[in-house]
Design a binder for this molecule. Structure first.
Ligand code: GLP
Length: 233
């Protein structure tokens, strides 16, 4: 495995991740950020310790078929957990799932990322091994695109407060993520221990798209002790 793994006690994990992110935050830097539950404590700390002024922020993924402003939309979560509680305005780029032609909107979003690449891609680990909305079956060469959601991901959106069950979305592809100068995979909680073990110890392949990241020198898995249980790490 070429990626690094860093395990931190649960109580110190969010501080450690915040420290890593702060090192990358400066005007003009190009960051891709996830939503979901995992980064929430990190965003809380970031908001209290730095300005987002001048950052180029790319949202990792977005659910389709939910009304604008829906609490389950990734853009709503990013705004709620980070942007609205931070100082300084970043230049925020969101995949446009409301566009008349979402496939074309996804290509435009991918092209915007390609223009200057990403300095840092931060991602969470889905319970089925997905990264962003690169679901099982995804290949490492796939770029930003419209995707169908795995049943677990559709249902999971409800946990974020979605008022309907999305069946599709737009995600940054594994290709753009792997090309980032640095990739950080955030993994916390005992409920992620089993999937983390499959990602780290199993074969690299489409069953667990996160496994593609284990083949990158530029990638670090930032894991708390609860997720590292079961011999995952
Ligand atoms: C969700 C999102 C991902 C997120 C992942 C993990 O479905 N599409 O962007 O990183 O799954 O979510 P959580 O941190 O809530 O476990």
């Amino acid at each position: 495995m070429k990626a690094s793994i860093e395990v931190t006690p649960d109580a110190k994990w969010a501080d450690r991740v915040t420290e890593r992110l702060l090192a990358e935050i400066a005007p003009g830097k190009r960051l891709c950020l996830p939503t979901g539950s995992t980064p929430v404590p990190v965003y809380r700390r970031l908001a209290g310790s730095t300005s987002l002024e001048g950052l180029e922020l790319f949202l990792l993924d977005e659910f389709g078929g939910l009304p604008k402003g829906d609490p389950g939309r990734c853009a709503t979560m990013l705004s709620r957990e980070l942007l609205s509680v931070s100082t300084g305005s970043a230049n925020v780029h969101i995949p446009d799932v409301d566009a008349a032609d979402p496939a074309e909107a996804a290509s435009r979003f991918g092209a915007l990322i390609h223009e200057g690449g990403l300095d840092l891609a931060v991602v969470g680990l889905g319970p089925n091994g997905h990264i962003g909305l690169n679901e099982p079956g995804s290949t490492p060469d796939q770029t930003t695109r419209v995707v169908d959601l795995a049943p677990l991901t559709s249902q999971g959106a409800r946990l974020y407060g979605a008022t309907a069950t999305p069946t599709w979305g737009i995600t940054v592809g594994m290709a753009e993520l792997a090309a980032a100068r640095e990739v950080l995979v955030l993994v916390t909680g005992g409920h992620k221990a089993e999937i983390l073990q499959r990602v780290l110890d199993g074969p690299i392949g489409p069953e667990t798209p996160a496994s593609y990241l284990t083949d990158l020198d530029s990638c670090t898995f930032l894991v708390d002790e609860s997720a590292a249980l079961n011999g995952a790490v």
